[in-house]
Design a binder for this molecule. Structure first.
Ligand code: HEC
Length: 109
């Protein structure tokens, strides 16, 4: 019984640590000019020299759930055919894992 509880706590702690490392990795990818390059168009907390082509990325958790954020990163042209935002997933600029890490990061904004 005790062991099960300890194991449960351990698993919960490692899941939280995992989400945290995902967010840190996602921030790196989002800020990397050769990867997500999100700062070219978006102001993002902690990022240098942002552009203003897209909206400032903040309070995203209150606007979109995880699935919606993944869809936006995967292919924003599905929501807005005229968008200038690159379809990161469809064009394979970012892998599924990279998009998932960036979404972890976006959910902290
Ligand atoms: C070439 C410019 C450009 C780049 C690069 C870009 N975006 Fe965008 N993004 C936009 C524009 C413009 C919009 C506004 C919505 C639209 O055009 O459909 C947008 C919208 C968004 C939205 C919805 C915001 C809201 O408040 O509704 C999210 C989230 C987002 N972008 C995330 C990202 C992330 C993360 C990256 C990097 C991986 C990125 N974008 C890279 C131009 C860009």
């Amino acid at each position: 019984m005790r062991t099960a509880l300890a194991l449960g706590l351990l698993l919960a702690a490692s899941a939280a640590a995992h989400a945290q490392s995902g967010a840190a990795e996602g921030q790196k990818l989002a800020f990397d000019r050769g990867k997500g390059n999100c700062l070219t168009c978006h102001e993002i907390k902690g990022g240098d020299l942002p552009g203003s082509i897209g909206p400032k990325l903040e309070n995203l958790k209150s606007k979109y759930d995880r699935t919606e954020l993944i869809a936006i990163l995967n292919d924003e042209t599905k929501r807005n055919p005229l968008t200038v935002m690159p379809p990161f997933g469809r064009n394979r600029i970012l892998t599924e894992q990279e998009i998932s890490a960036i979404v972890d990061f976006l959910q902290t904004l």
